[in-house]
Ligand binder design. Structure first.
Ligand code: ZN
Length: 455
């Protein structure tokens, strides 16, 4: 089922920018490889020329770097795409981060091609002023390691040069499933060690990681190790619903179910260790045959539509708490909080800091479900709170233990407190000093420093 670009609209987007419908991906260059045997082969040398040309021709958006080297010393290129004229979004908040890799398996050319095309699509579309691409690159950093296994790629084999299956070599329950050639230890291979170093150094805040392969046309979310659904099943299921309703009917499922246990994969590492929402994206295995060379864009258009959906909406792939109000009545504090994100968070807490910045009170942990509003109430001792104190919200971006913690200051947007002072307050007593008479309900309307929803 091919879907017109204009229809690639998830429920979260009010509308695609008008220019998106005019962008014609078939105008972009074809996959720069040559037909070899039964498929198209992009050599590492050809890739190297291309990515360097991209960097030379588009320095405004292409920042070419390396994650390290293969076992034979080939550079593991990472194409970093963003509007580098601005460090942050227009409102000063950090850009969203997406991490993509391709080519773990050296004979899965279409998977590598999808990583290549994802970079190329945004470069071409940006150059043509496509509004979707401009919006993405102004608000997002895309980090794309196109070919992780150049040694295996160049000799047309699944393995790396040491005959190791790189996608069984990660340090997440390494070698705990029946498997083939996982290596002598986790991260024994320079390719996987480099990939993990890159993740842990440059993209720890990523809210999406897609690792691209070829085999059966499917998208797999964690776990590969276990048949059970992952802690953030809700997020994965919502993405599946949206993709299948609006983009394509590609199967999306737990990587273990109906397949076989797979351990030490980059997907389970990306989710279980890094806390990223992670998908293995497998293209089908109908690779090119000589004489029927197709434009890469046409061949992978449906897959690209899924990638664009995931990237357009990366803002939602985490919990995003937004404090509506903090109300104190007698010795009871009530927090009203909304979660704009599509991931739940299980370990949220509200903190009160005094003027010196010391935490003088912290709530017990509470849960806020995805796309939901929650009221939580706590019994408190009012004496602890200060008029010139501040509030912080601590929570994890997702349910998985490895999810990144965020600590956000709750900004006082409507900062006034309805209070009638009967003494104490004006001379510096705590706001909730017993001497202070609070008329009716003391309501503070506060908002977290929110990031604009960029699309
Ligand atoms: Zn593979």
């Amino acid at each position: 089922m091919r879907v017109a670009i204009g229809l690639v609209v998830c429920m979260l987007l009010a509308a695609l920018p008008p220019a998106a419908a005019q962008y014609d991906p078939t105008q972009t260059p074809v996959w720069p490889g040559d037909p070899i045997d039964s498929h198209v082969h992009l050599t590492w040398a050809a890739l190297t020329l291309d990515v360097n040309n991209w960097a030379d021709e588009h320095p405004d958006i292409v920042d070419l770097t390396s994650a390290g080297q293969s076992e034979l010393g080939k550079t593991l290129w990472v194409v970093r795409l963003s509007d580098w004229s601005i460090d942050t979004k227009a409102n000063g908040s950090a850009k969203e981060i997406v991490y993509i890799d391709g080519g773990h398996h050296g004979n899965e050319y279409l998977g590598t091609a999808l990583a290549y095309l994802t970079a190329k699509w945004y470069i071409n579309a940006w150059s043509e002023g496509n509004e979707e691409a401009v919006a993405v690159l102004q608000n997002t950093e895309l980090h794309i390691l196109i070919m992780l296994n150049p040694d295996g790629n160049d000799i047309d084999t699944r393995w790396n040069i040491n005959q190791v299956d790189l996608n069984r070599n990660y340090n997440h329950y390494w070698n705990t499933c029946p498997t083939t050639q996982p290596g002598s230890s986790a991260f024994s291979e320079s390719e996987t060690a480099s990939n993990s170093d890159y993740m842990n150094t440059y993209v720890t805040d990523a809210d999406l990681y897609v690792t691209m392969h070829t085999g059966v046309w499917i998208m797999l979310y964690p776990w590969g190790k276990w048949p059970e659904q992952p802690p953030d099943w809700e997020l994965f299921w919502r993405i599946r619903e949206d993709v299948q309703a609006n983009v394509t009917d590609i199967p999306i499922q737990n990587a273990n179910q109906g397949l076989y246990p797979n351990c030490g994969t980059s997907r389970d590492y990306g989710y279980g260790h890094m806390g990223f929402p992670t998908f293995t994206f497998e293209t089908d295995d109908e690779q090119f045959v000589p004489g029927s060379f197709e434009a890469l864009n046409e061949r992978l258009e449906e897959e690209m539509n899924v990638m664009r959906y995931l990237i357009n909406n990366v803002w939602y792939w985490r919990a995003r708490l937004d404090v509506q109000s903090i109300t104190m009545e007698d010795e009871r504090l009530t927090l009203e909080v909304v979660n704009h994100g599509r991931a739940s968070t299980a370990n949220a807490s509200l903190e009160h800091l005094n003027a010196a910045g010391e935490v003088v009170w912290a709530s017990p942990m509470f849960t806020v479900n995805a796309s939901n509003a929650t009221n939580v109430a706590f019994d408190v001792n009012k004496d602890r709170f200060e008029m010139d104190g501040t509030w912080n919200l601590n929570y994890q971006k997702r349910v998985i233990d490895a999810a990144v913690w965020v600590n956000e200051t709750v900004d006082s947007n409507v900062s006034m407190v309805v209070v009638e002072d009967e003494g104490g307050f004006l001379v510096g007593y705590g706001l909730f000093n017993p001497l202070t008479v609070i008329v009716g309900m003391l309501g503070v309307s506060l908002l977290i420093r929110r990031e604009d929803e960029h699309v």
